[in-house]
Design a protein around this ligand. Structure first.
Ligand code: NDP
Length: 240
């Protein structure tokens, strides 16, 4: 029977590319999303991949969402924690709400989804968790104390949970994308983006499919000895 994967934020951007790449591998994908119903509907129509709405920052919603996916598609063996948001601003201008929301969605979402699926993975002796971090969690970024802290936290979370999962056939890895051509990066002012691209040795933004390729490797049946690692996919911008 095909394995079942949940990709959070799996209906657009990097997440959409991941949902498609895993489907191509024969995995049954449930694509979670947070609010854009119209986009999710169009995604499901276009791809045939089912979409499920819940807020990854809400612990109970994650438990309920996973239960619904498992009832409809079967036990979840693969989780890709991709949902993420930015609420940028310097510390002086950043509200507590902007701090809190980014930590709760980007980092709290990883905890909530792992809590909802880890016991099942453990009982079946197989699991793959891939957390999408960021180059800005590795290197820091001006105006992003919330996002950099959350993403940096993801890298620590990954290494700690990898140690807990290893004996049970559960791998936990992270990918740290550089700047990828999605809606999130489209929100960066053009003059700032130009300066960022100038610093990327590859001389261009990355494509979502290039991140998905890394995820496809990490969730593979034969990737069981890869755990606790962070794969940087950033065109050479930051070598960690
Ligand atoms: P997008 O903004 O294009 O898409 C974000 C996705 O996350 C959407 O599907 C969105 O759902 C979903 N989402 C947001 N908040 C929630 C929530 N609370 N609950 C459930 N789903 C939610 O982002 P990208 O594709 O650019 O980024 C994907 C991941 O990669 C993020 O974690 C991001 O931080 C990380 N990343 C991105 C980089 C880039 O250059 N783009 C660089 C480094 C890391 P909906 O459609 O409903 O809004």
């Amino acid at each position: 029977m095909a394995r079942v994967a949940i990709v959070t934020g799996g209906t657009r951007g990097i997440g959409e590319a991941i949902s498609l790449a895993l489907t191509d591998l024969g995995i049954t994908v449930a694509a979670n999303y947070g609010g854009s119903d119209e986009n999710a509907r169009a995604f499901t129509e276009r791809t045939g991949i089912k979409s499920y709405k819940w807020n990854v920052a809400d612990h109970q919603a994650c438990l309920d969402g996973v239960a619904q996916v498992e009832a409809e598609l079967g036990p979840v063996d693969i989780v890709v924690n991709n949902a993420g948001i930015t609420r940028d601003g310097t510390l002086m201008k950043m509200s507590y709400e902007a701090w809190d929301e980014v930590i709760r969605v980007n980092l709290g979402g990883c905890f909530n989804m792992a809590k909802a699926t880890f016991t099942g993975m453990k009982s079946r002796g197989f699991g793959r968790i891939v957390n999408i971090g960021s180059i800005n969690g590795q290197a820091g970024q001006y105006g992003q104390v919330n996002y950099a802290a959350a993403k940096s936290g993801i890298h620590g979370f990954t290494k700690a949970l990898a140690q807990e999962g290893a004996r049970f056939g559960i791998t936990v890895n992270a990918i740290a994308p550089g700047y990828i051509d999605t809606d999130m990066v489209a929100a960066v002012p053009p003059e700032v983006l130009e300066k960022i691209v100038a610093k990327i040795p590859a001389g261009r933004l990355g494509q979502a499919s290039e991140i998905a390729r890394g995820v496809a490797f990490l969730v593979g049946e034969n990737s069981g000895f890869v755990t606790g690692s962070t794969l940087s996919i950033n065109g050479g911008q930051h070598m960690y």
